[in-house]
Design a protein around this ligand. Structure first.
Ligand code: PLP
Length: 376
């Protein structure tokens, strides 16, 4: 299949937006530590504070809530370890950076669509009076399934728990309003919205006590020491502003994703679209092609210039069993045949049809060889 490459792995990372690249290039040309009192320092400080406003605006939060950190992974660690709650409850489908920050956390089960069991969360919280922290993501990176976060916040708060929400995958893809989410802590990452990797933010509600993970220069009002990553922060802010301005593009993305799924199911009636009964992000689909390992699909698609992932791509290129699909109760043989296709703002109809062409050709080849083997 000659022609340009087709990138359908936007949940792993998104391309740098031109607005972010321009802002970063400009920032790299300026010297100045935001903590310095002289004019170059003050200019750098003003740049950081403008960026804080833009990042906060993406989720309708006050600028003071934003703590700039090195990415979603650090924000999740700061939320979970910094909140200082002895008891931590996390959903079974959280990103590894939550699960491993809270290695002794209790896991809240999810239903077959990957949605957190609110009844069980309430039961678990009610069992012990120890003040807890509940961490549940807004939307899952592997399936796109959206959690009922406002309800989770209400259950957590009614039981005296804090609520942390990893909104890394939802931000920029659907409108978010931090007061509607009701979380005490929210995680964002720049590279999923067209900013650079290596920068993110934890948003903390006013009055919340956080113990810093990094100490030293007292930056970020004592909550995260280290000289600010100025170019990363301005790239993040430019991406956040562009994402907020262009959020309507995801109506088109949703239509493309839905058309893709409809075509897959029409060609391969035994294909399974995971989490399809739950509310999902507009850009993500997790599809099982029973009988064909995810690795085989990814390699075949890649040979055709089409890039997708198997479940989470964050585990150093390793395709292992997905804890998310397992938690959803998926049979291991179906989970092992599941790929994640994630679209983005620049995805074209041509990208979708190249994917479909490649996937369908593989499916037909595999079906042909299975039938031959049966007949032999
Ligand atoms: C849901 C979720 N949380 C956190 C992260 C980690 O973010 P970062 O790569 O900025 O550390 C990711 C990255 O894939 C993610 O998908």
């Amino acid at each position: 299949m000659p022609g340009p490459e087709t990138y359908l792995d936007w949940n792993a990372t998104a391309p740098l937006r031109p607005e972010a690249a321009a802002a970063m290039t400009a920032a790299l040309g300026h010297c100045g530590n935001p903590s310095s009192v002289h004019r170059w320092g003050r200019a750098a400080r003003a740049t950081v504070e403008r960026a804080r406003i833009a990042v906060a605006a993406l989720v309708g939060a006050p600028a003071e809530a934003v703590i700039f950190v090195s990415g979603g992974t650090e924000a999740n660690h700061l939320a979970i370890l910094g909140a200082g709650r002895q008891r931590v409850l996390v959903s079974a489908v959280e990103h590894g950076s939550v699960l491993q920050a809270a290695a002794t956390a209790e896991q809240i089960p999810v239903d077959r669509d990957g949605v957190v069991r609110l009844d069980l969360l309430d039961l678990m919280l009610g069992k012990e009076p120890t003040p807890a922290l509940v961490s549940v993501m807004f939307a899952n990176n592997e399936t796109g399934v959206i959690q009922p976060v406002a309800e989770i916040a209400a259950v957590a708060h009614a039981r005296g728990a804090l609520f942390h929400c990893d909104a890394v995958q939802a931000a920029g893809k659907i409108p978010l309003d931090s007061s509607a989410i009701g979380a005490d802590l929210v995680t964002l990452s720049a590279h999923k919205i067209g900013g650079p990797p290596g920068v993110g933010a934890l948003l903390a509600r006013g009055g919340l006590d956080l113990t810093p993970l990094l100490r030293g220069g007292g930056q970020e009002r004592g909550r995260r020491a280290g000289t600010e990553n100025l170019s990363g922060i301005v790239g993040f802010a430019a991406a956040a502003a562009a994402a907020a301005a262009e959020i309507a593009v995801y109506d088109r993305v949703r239509a493309s994703r839905d058309a893709l799924e409809a075509e897959i199911v029409a060609v391969a009636p035994e294909a399974v679209v995971l989490g399809h009964a739950a509310p999902r992000l507009p850009n993500t689909t997790a599809i099982a092609m029973p009988g064909t390992a995810a690795e085989t699909q990814i390699i075949a698609l890649d040979l055709d210039g089409v890039m997708v992932s198997a479940g989470a791509a964050c585990s150093s290129g390793k395709v292992g069993p997905s804890h998310v699909l397992k938690a959803m109760g998926l049979a291991p043989d179906i989970a092992a045949t599941t790929i994640r296709v994630s679209l983005g703002w620049a995805t074209t109809e041509r990208d979708v049809s190249r994917f479909l062409q490649s996937w369908t050709a593989l499916y037909r080849r595999r079906r042909g060889s299975t039938e031959k083997a049966r007949a032999a």
